[in-house]
Ligand binder design. Structure first.
Ligand code: DAH
Length: 381
């Protein structure tokens, strides 16, 4: 190697020798041997350079050593490579090969050492535990407001002797309508905007089909509640959604009367809205009950006055009453449809919407909040 490309151990600090090059490069000794034909100095230079890289104590020092060897401006190897064109073709061939090998190997060594140092640094910081930092509060979820109110209702009815009956969300026309005494083409069906499913099936529009299934399976006396999700093809707005939740109730025995129904509904209303709540039963039509009724409660917001701070109450729209649920005495045709003798048994039923009950209880103005899962809403319950 000529003067301009000559290299020797002396070009690098003695201290670099302490690194263990063979530790990160199993080929190290062979590589030093391979360089010897280019000159003992060159091989010794590479040996020290490789040890220096392997022994760099930290990332900053590694960078410094790398720059000293291969830096674009002042790197020793870079400088020697730049001197190659001044050599004779023979010298150029031999030196060029050695210098390029040195450059490639050192580059590999530097990358290996760097990732080892980075790994060490990461595991050190992972172990570094700062006991003065405030602890992280575990994030504890809770039941959705509708799940809570459903549980509360089932609990209440459990206390009155009812058990839970679960029925399917996908129903046949017959269970959702026919056996509940909706005649074909009767306008009462129009009130249940229905999502139809292939094969004559539909998404249940109410939880009342559960009574039919239960009565077909069991004999009276029956005391059952039917919780679940129901679907209607509604235009969505602040008080309508195309899915919501209901709980129906059914009581069938001998000599069940409207008085039993009334007492049951009042027990329910007091439990949910407080002992002082005023209620009334208003006659309405449902195909599956006769007589049919709706239970109204005095508006919880204006206490039945219809006015809030000299203005019309926004919740009951000034009427003073809120419709809470549907109810009635089970229609004889429904008993016939399930094979019960309407002369032998009587029964009452009721059906309520959970969203509506919750909205009334807490003055929630917007039904969509129940499905949006915004924690700012859910965390209030
Ligand atoms: N199923 C009716 C609806 O969703 C509500 C209803 C009315 C249920 C009267 C009943 C009842 O059990 O007796 O519109």
């Amino acid at each position: 190697m000529s003067a301009s490309t000559a290299l020797g151990r002396g070009d690098l600090p003695d201290a670099w020798d302490s690194g263990d090059a063979a530790g990160i490069d199993p080929e190290h000794d062979r590589r030093v041997e391979e360089l010897k034909p280019a000159g003992a100095g060159v091989a010794a230079f590479y040996d020290r350079a490789a040890r220096g890289i392997a022994g760099a104590p930290d990332l900053a020092e590694l960078k410094e050593r790398h720059t000293r060897l291969l830096g674009r401006e002042r790197g020793i190897v870079t400088g020697r490579l730049a001197g190659l064109p001044e050599l004779s073709p023979e010298e150029r061939r031999q030196s060029g090969r050695a210098l390029n090998l040195i450059k490639r190997w050192l580059t590999e060594l530097e990358a290996a050492r760097r990732s080892a140092l980075e790994r060490e640094q990461e595991s050190r910081s992972a172990q570094g535990l700062d006991v003065t930092l405030p602890g992280r509060k575990p994030w504890i979820g809770h039941r959705h407001v509708l799940a809570q109110i459903q549980e509360e209702l089932l609990d209440l009815f459990h206390g009155l002797g009812y058990s839970v009956y679960v029925s399917p969300e996908v129903e046949s026309d017959d269970y959702n309508f026919g056996k509940l005494n909706f005649p074909p083409d009767h306008p009462a069906r129009d009130a249940h905007d229905t999502y139809w499913v292939d094969g004559g099936l539909l998404l249940r529009t109410h939880t009342s089909p559960g009574w039919v299934r239960a009565m077909e399976e069991r004999q009276p006396p029956l005391r059952l509640v039917f919780p679940g999700r129901v679907f209607r093809a509604e235009q969505v707005d602040a008080s309508h959604m195309d899915q919501f939740h209901q709980v129906d109730g059914l009581f069938v025995d001998r000599d069940v009367s409207m008085a039993d129904l009334k007492a049951t509904l009042n027990t329910f209303a007091r439990s949910i809205y407080g002992r002082a709540v005023r209620t009334r039963l208003v006659p309405v039509y449902f195909p599956f009950v006769e007589p049919g009724a709706q239970l109204d409660v005095a508006c919880v917001i204006c206490d039945g006055s219809g006015r809030v701070r000299d203005a019309r109450c926004p919740v009951c729209k000034g009427g003073g009453w809120i419709e809470l649920l549907g109810a009635g005495m089970v229609h004889p045709n429904v008993f016939r449809a399930v094979g019960y003798d309407p002369e032998a048994v009587t029964g009452f039923a009721f059906g309520m919407g959970l969203e509506r009950i919750a909205m009334m209880r807490w003055g929630i103005p917007e039904i969509r909040l129940f499905l949006e899962n915004d924690l700012r809403f859910l965390n209030q319950f």
